[in-house]
Design a protein around this ligand. Sequence first.
Ligand code: DGJ
Length: 365
Amino acid sequence: MQKNNVFSGTAGARMYDTEGKIIQAHGGQIQKFTVDGKERWYWIGEDKTDGYRPCGGIHLYSSKDLFEWKDEGIILKTLDHIEEFETSYFKEIYGTLTQQEKEILFTDLDKHNCVIERPKMIYNKKTNKYILWFHADGRCQGSDGDYGKAKAGVAVSDSLTAPFRLFGTYKLNYHNDPNGDFGFDGWAKRGSVRDMNLFQDKDGAAYIIYSSEGNRTTYISKLNDEYTALAKDPDKAVEGEDFTRNFIGNFKEAHAMFQYQNKYYLIQSGCTGWAANPASYAVADHPMGPWKDMGDPCKDSGRETTYDSQSTCVIPLDEEKGWYIYMGDRWNEKDLGDSRYVWLPIEFLPENKIALPRKQNWTFS
Ligand code: DGJ
């Protein structure tokens, strides 16, 4: 197979792994880890081999150069039926759970009903564990809709490539005002989580960024020291301290936060389902804000659809050189498994501005 040495960018060419299979890592994230002394890029994302459903779980790939990707398998597997918990693979992970606990987890891992989107991973130095967070949704008791559950899932593993164990799925922070505008979630479904991402700061603090209140508002909440839960229980958390509400009523999704030269940047999309819309970005001095809206980062034709893409992550390749890659998904609603990946260089401009150019077959030089 011919090896690529350029990013196809807005051309959105299909991407294949080293075995020639289409890469299934949508709504994903790429970061560098050193495992057994070997430094590699690791890409996790939604496996959409079978389209929207059956839900394929979370797929991992590794690479030395961001061009050649090795399939490392599914790191969070879904189940076909509840009895599958008794097979050796799942027994190894969930064998100690009670039947009732398995039934609860099954609603989050049932491939015929669950939704697992926008998985993001961080490594915790103190506990030496990898922690996965994702948007956990799907049909469940009391809700036939795909996005009525609106929770965050947390899974943990001692090894990057080993099976992750799902702890559970949770509602997160909420604005403590029963008369507030919680959009289509309403007060009864406060704490909702849909599109989400993580951000790990250089000081070790980590945050979850997510759409809440019926997608109207972007929440940024501090995680605990282990990164396995919120820093403070939602019923005790203080708005402005433990979490912030941002872009209130502005309907944003596809959050991608990164840091460059002591400023924090947040690229987002609007909310139009699988259809692409214009991006926006904001700048702050702290991951929890306050955020200054900076408008649309796209500078070339095709801005109205972010060059037919939706943000999912920014890869900080080399901060000194200012090499950062915008990673977007070009969703194909009719064939989600054939959705493409649009990667673009971020240009840093004076006054903390950034720009996303329309580029094809590009690389840093
Ligand atoms: C837009 C989100 O960004 C995607 O992750 C997915 O949830 C779609 N909406 C579903 O319509």
